[in-house]
Design a protein around this ligand. Sequence first.
Ligand code: SF4
Length: 407
Amino acid sequence: DATNEEMWVEGGKYGSVDPCFPSKVVQAHIHNLLFRHHEERPLNYIFFPILMNVPNFLDNVMDGTSCPIVAGVPNVMKAAFTKEVDFYAARNIEYVDTGLSFSEPFLMAKRMFETWGPRLGITEDESDHAHRQGLMALAAFDSDLQEKGRAILETVEAENRIAILVIGRPYHSDPGINHGIPEEYQLRGFPIVSVRSLPRHPEFLARYFEKGSNPLDINDVWPENYSANSAQKVWAVKYAARHPNIALLDLSSFKCGHDSPTYGLIDSIVDAAQTPYAAQHDLDANRPAGSIKIRVKTYSHSLSMHQEALEDVAAKKEELSRNIDVKRLELLRLKKRQLQQRQLRDSVLQARIDDLANKVASYRVATGAEVAPAAHGLVNLKRKGPGGELVALSKRSASVAPAAPAE
Ligand code: SF4
């Protein structure tokens, strides 16, 4: 379930954990499972693994550890709901908090079998198969996210618009933790991308990162990159610093000890690159609606100005390129006349003139053509085709749809 006010108030009183807001939210979710879900559909197990290492897509990092609070919370939750009364045992629920590490897949498969083999009565082969399927599902989810992120970025690039990259932790997608701030921007016409949805295909990265550098390496800005999500956050800032259509929204939770070492670093990068940036640090249980509204309005206004500047630059570039073509056509025609005066003909020159004349004529058609406007604030997603042409996603799927059978 997404976090909500009622859940927080009901579950928060079992408090035995206070390092940061997200770790306290977990308590409300465990309470929700015990006191609500279990009533509707009895649970046998609550599986809350201690994750020591999480998946990390970066290269040459010191490690891919999860935040120690994240790793420790399953144990704390066991204590919170057993310290006076064992709420799990009272409901016949077993609390399972196996230690797992994504950086050691064989050990993880072994631990999963040791945990679930006896409980579910499955063989090691079956457990390993389920483990592999789980990892494949995770990879498929990741690649789907990147596909969507790429469609958003290619659309804003083509339309000279701005997308907002939310740099936060995975739990910042929960509307109860992000307080609906990304949605506020979406409503104002700025599409949202997350760190994991940034496309990481080498061909896409090569458009923005320097030749010869490894786009997935952040040692140039942060060598102490042992923590997976912090390192990915810093990488996303490097990405935004190179992409003209990305603005940043930095979300961080109250008392986050893992985000604080990145604040200064992120400031220096966005300062140097002049990347549009807004921070909402110290998010906690209270939703300061008024202050969120003011900040969203202010940042949206400055992003609109930035977007206008992008549109102006693009219009000037387009005009310049058209003027160059018109001038080139003029010069080629002059050359043709000079050849004719000397009774000469050049078929290659004629072909170039014809091509360019068609191109210039198409500019006039395009200028006068009616282009269906997008509904205000909406982004009609597009993807680049093999030849670099932009195809609307709906048309793209229609073009690959099988032909209807003949009647
Ligand atoms: S990353 Fe920060 S906010 Fe999240 S659990 Fe760790 S310390 Fe808490």
